[in-house]
Design a protein around this ligand. Structure first.
Ligand code: MLT
Length: 247
């Protein structure tokens, strides 16, 4: 059994994960926002590499059913309907809609994970459900990669802590004798010892949290740190993130 954590998509190639399970986390905020959008009735989220890519993707879809969403430097992209705040993803706004979404780190991380099977989207807000799905995939495949979006190709504390929380939930207690972990997985688990099990402690200590607060997104931070608001498990397949039970 092999458990690998990647603190950023840098260094992760498609052939390392092709056909194998991957859990993607961007706690602040893309994975939290995607979970909220789908839990609140969004039909699908299509990750885009950039704002331009999002516009191109949206052009090929039925205009009435599509919402452009995303951020640059944490703020809504000019001309887009929605930013990257989970609080914007209300049933009234996203119900029945397909979101084409471009964020700085989160959607590129999803695209980097595309070759995986399944590609699970995890956050604190769907922690237990995502951890259970990842644990099942891990048992079946004998391996799991946890991919952190990170920030601008750098380590991000909140994602690394989340990776540690997922790693602990998936392989609880004493490590199995035949479990192989990479160094990042060991370090991520250590972060859980450092910050404990309250998501707010690790999230609040991060640079992303400081930047979000400075721009008035304190409520997003609070939302992202509250575990198990939702029981949904978004899956990326064929460049669409959906809830598989809804198809
Ligand atoms: C990202 O993808 O970089 C983020 O989700 C940034 C954010 O909007 O908080």
């Amino acid at each position: 059994m092999k458990l690998s954590v990647h603190f950023t998509p840098v260094g992760l190639s498609s052939n390392m994960i092709a056909g194998r399970p991957v859990l993607v986390v961007d706690i602040l905020r893309a994975s939290t926002t995607i979970v909220a959008a789908l839990a609140n009735g969004g039909r699908a989220v299509l990750p885009a590499a950039s704002a331009e890519d999002a516009l191109k993707l949206a052009q090929n879809l039925e205009r009435d059913d599509v919402l452009l969403a995303g951020e640059r430097r944490l703020e809504k992209i000019p001309g887009f309907a929605l930013g990257n705040s989970p609080l914007e993803m209300t049933p009234e706004t996203v119900g029945g809609k397909t979101l084409v979404m471009a964020t700085t780190n989160g959607t590129p991380a999803l695209l980097a994970a595309e070759a995986g099977r399944p590609v699970i989207i995890g956050a604190a807000v769907n922690f237990t459900a995502a951890a259970e799905a990842a644990a099942r995939a891990f048992e079946e495949a004998g391996e799991l990669t946890i991919l952190c979006a990170g920030r601008e190709k750098q380590f991000a504390l909140e994602d690394a802590y989340a990776a540690g929380r997922f790693a602990q939930a998936i392989v609880p207690g004493k490590l199995r004798r035949r479990l192989e972990m990479n160094d990042a997985a060991i370090a991520a688990r250590e972060l859980v010892r450092r910050y404990g099990t309250k998501w707010t402690s690790a999230l609040n200590a991060s640079a992303a949290a400081r930047d979000l607060k400075a721009l008035g997104f304190r409520a997003d931070l609070k939302f992202a740190a509250e575990p198990d608001r939702y029981e949904v498990v978004p899956i990326l397949n064929d460049r669409r993130v959906t809830l598989p039970e809804r198809g």
